[in-house]
Design a binder for this molecule. Structure first.
Ligand code: SF4
Ligand code: SF4
Length: 171
C-alpha cells in the first residue's frame, strides 16, 4: 500500500486534532453541563428537510409543512430560509435531559452538532466559547501536543461574535 496516499493534508490533521479535543475534553463534560447547547437557547440548529421531518416526527409533506410555517401555525421554533430550516429557542426534540442526544449516531443529527464547539474550518480551528467545556489554553496545548512542538498558534476573536475564537496554526 502506498503510505504517501495515506498522509493527511494539514486541514485533515487539524480536523483530527479538533475531534480529539472534543472526544477528550468536551463530550465527557456534556452529561453534567449546566447549559446544554441542545436546549437551543443560544445556538441555532441548521437542518435539512429530512432532519426536520425525522426529528419533529412529521407525517405531512414538505409542501404542507412549509405552508403551515408560512401561515404561522408552527412549530414556532423553526424558520425556513434558503431551502433549509433553522431551529432556535426551544430544546431540540432529540434532546433527553437524562440521556443526552437520542440521535447522535444517526443521519438525523445535523452536521453542526458534530462540529460544535471545536472544529476545522478552511485550514483554521474554530472554538465556540459558548460551550462551558472549552478551555482555550487547554485547547491550544492539546493542538501543540497533537501537531508537534514546532506548532505556532495565533488566537483571534470574531469582532461581532467574540465568543467565536479562531486559532490560526502554523508549523
Ligand atoms: S454546551 Fe458543550 S458541554 Fe454543554 S452539552 Fe453542549 S457540547 Fe456539551
Ligand atoms: S440533534 Fe442531538 S446533538 Fe443535535 S441539538 Fe439535537 S439533541 Fe443536541
Amino acid at each position: 500500500m502506498n503510505k504517501q496516499k495515506l498522509r493527511r493534508t494539514p486541514p485533515q490533521e487539524l480536523a483530527v486534532a479538533a475531534a480529539g479535543y472534543q472526544r477528550e475534553a468536551v463530550i465527557p463534560h456534556c452529561p453534567t453541563c449546566a447549559a446544554p447547547c441542545c436546549k437551543l437557547d443560544k445556538l441555532v440548529l441548521e437542518l435539512e428537510w429530512a432532519q426536520v421531518k425525522g426529528l419533529w416526527q412529521l407525517e405531512e409533506s414538505r409542501k404542507a409543512f412549509d405552508k403551515r410555517l408560512a401561515t404561522g401555525r408552527g412549530p414556532i421554533e423553526i424558520r425556513p430560509a434558503n431551502g433549509l430550516y433553522y431551529a432556535h429557542s426551544k430544546p431540540c426534540p432529540a434532546f433527553d435531559a437524562a440521556c443526552g442526544c437520542t440521535v447522535y449516531t444517526t443521519p438525523l443529527k445535523p452536521v453542526g452538532c458534530s462540529d460544535f464547539p471545536v472544529y476545522e474550518n478552511e485550514g483554521e480551528i474554530m472554538a465556540d466559547l459558548r460551550c462551558e467545556a472549552v478551555d482555550i489554553e487547554a485547547l491550544k496545548a492539546a493542538l501543540t501536543r497533537d501537531l508537534g512542538p514546532d506548532t505556532r498558534i495565533r488566537q483571534s476573536a470574531d469582532r461581532d461574535f467574540p465568543f467565536l475564537v479562531t486559532l490560526s496554526v502554523q508549523r
